[in-house]
Write a protein that binds this ligand. Structure first.
Ligand code: AMP
Length: 424
């Protein structure tokens, strides 16, 4: 049997998982510091949740979803993104009666049937923030700024923040029309996906990556020039708030993003050094989504960031190796009776909050010491016949090589002392 992982998936092996846990912890810290509470929704949902509406279909819905029929003949989709499930959950669980705005964050795997390449996978992880029930530009500025704190604390530097506004149902139709008029003369020269988007969602033509389209498309009219006064002042206020936080950003009038439910603010973070898939996150305002999912009209704004790309960016900048969690103590036992004692002592240590391990392979002293070294153990406790006879261990501090005979009943205390007395 030769079974390999499905294309586009990654295993996060024990050597790498320390780095992932570190990233996740910093995400949680930053989100919780800003008043967001975690929400966990199912990995799969009814397909209709992602196929809502008819108008502005997205790439995800058109071709990237993992959809299957379950045994009860229901169409099920592995979640390709976090926002729609979060909104579904809050609406279903009584958003209307919750205190508003609801500020939630999530962390977890998403699934898209994309062509895998560096930084683009079929199963990947995102963290996201959602503020539901706040029309204020302060909410937009906050969801733009909080991930920047995460990036900073991860050591990811030189993040470029692109922002734009794509208007609202009042001003966007006029812009769509203007775009269609501008693009009509070159329609014959465009790539097939732009041709199919021309009617449904002409805004997406703005960010087509195909060379042919880039050459053929005339300079588009700027949506920022025709925003309605409300959208205009919202955008100006978001910018003012970001300026107040000293967040540097670029205004990118082509930034429309793939998802269909955005209104007004859209934004994206890009970073160098991780190849062509350089967006590490993005988001925007989605004032129409809650209603689409069956809730009351509710303004909302959110952001989602790709954890694999954050990890890639960290590795590119810092190497990112120093996050392995070493164990506190490894018991090296020589002889049957000593092995049994080591086993018991390891459990004693663990019940005191100390991480401890022991040899399970009846290896010799050298091999046990090597294993302890590889595991990054801070202490090694050697137990042979002599130590057993006096109910002690030879406790060796690995950093200095110092060693002394310590009574078995006092080992835990020693380790805790060395840690500054704090239990883990
Ligand atoms: P989106 O939901 O498309 O706005 O994506 C938000 C962020 O998730 C992107 O900026 C990426 O960092 C990350 N992301 C999206 N799709 C993938 C993928 N297929 N593989 C890895 N990361 C992804």
């Amino acid at each position: 049997m030769d079974i390999t992982a499905p294309r586009g998936t990654n295993d996060i092996l024990p050597d790498e998982v320390g780095l992932w846990q570190h990233v996740e912890e910093l995400v949680r810290n930053a989100a919780e510091r800003a008043g967001y509470r975690e929400i966990r929704t199912p990995i799969f949902e009814h397909t209709e949740l992602f196929e809502r509406g008819v108008g502005e279909a997205t790439d995800i819905v058109e071709k990237e979803m993992y959809t299957f029929t379950d045994r009860g003949d229901r169409s099920i989709t592995l979640r390709p993104e976090g926002t729609a499930p979060v909104v579904r959950a809050l609406v279903e669980r009584g958003l209307a009666s919750m205190s508003q705005p609801a500020k939630v964050y999530y962390l977890g795997p998403m699934f898209r049937y994309e062509r895998p390449q560096a930084g683009r996978y079929r199963q990947f992880h995102q963290f996201g923030l959602e503020v539901i029930g706040a029309p204020s530009p302060a909410a937009d500025a906050e969801v733009i700024a909080v991930p920047l704190e995460v990036f900073r604390s991860l050591g990811i530097q030189d993040v470029i923040v692109n922002i734009n506004s794509i208007g609202c149902p009042a001003c966007r139709p006029a812009y769509r029309k203007l775009l269609q008029e501008t693009y009509r003369p070159v329609l014959g020269k465009l790539c097939p996906s732009c041709v199919s988007r021309y009617d449904r969602n002409p805004l997406r033509l703005l960010d087509c990556k195909s060379e042919a389209c880039r050459r053929a498309l005339p300079e588009p009219p700027m949506i920022l020039d025709i925003l309605c006064p409300e959208c205009r002042s919202h955008f100006d206020e978001v910018r003012r708030l970001l300026d107040g936080l000293n967040v540097e950003y670029a205004i990118n009038p082509r930034l429309v993003r793939g998802l269909d439910y955005y209104t007004r603010t859209t934004f994206e973070y890009n970073v160098g050094g991780i190849g062509s898939q350089d967006a590490i996150g993005g988001g925007g305002r989605y004032d129409g989504l809650v209603e689409e999912v069956g809730g009351p009209p509710t303004p909302a704004v959110g952001v989602a960031c790709g954890l694999e790309r954050c990890v890639l960016a960290m590795r590119a900048m810092t190497g990112g190796e120093e996050y392995d969690a070493p164990i506190d103590i490894y018991f090296v036992a020589l002889g049957e009776a000593a092995r049994e004692k080591a086993f018991e002592l390891a459990f004693d240590m663990r019940s005191c909050g100390i991480s401890a391990d022991f040899d399970m392979l009846d290896r010799g002293m050298k091999a046990q010491m090597r294993y302890a070294g590889k595991a990054g153990s801070r202490f090694v406790a050697i137990i042979g016949d002599n130590e057993l006879a006096v109910e002690s261990v030879m406790l060796k501090r690995m950093a200095t090589g110092d060693q002394e005979l310590v009574r078995q009943s006092e080992v835990a205390e020693r380790i805790l002392e060395a840690r500054g007395g704090a239990a883990k």
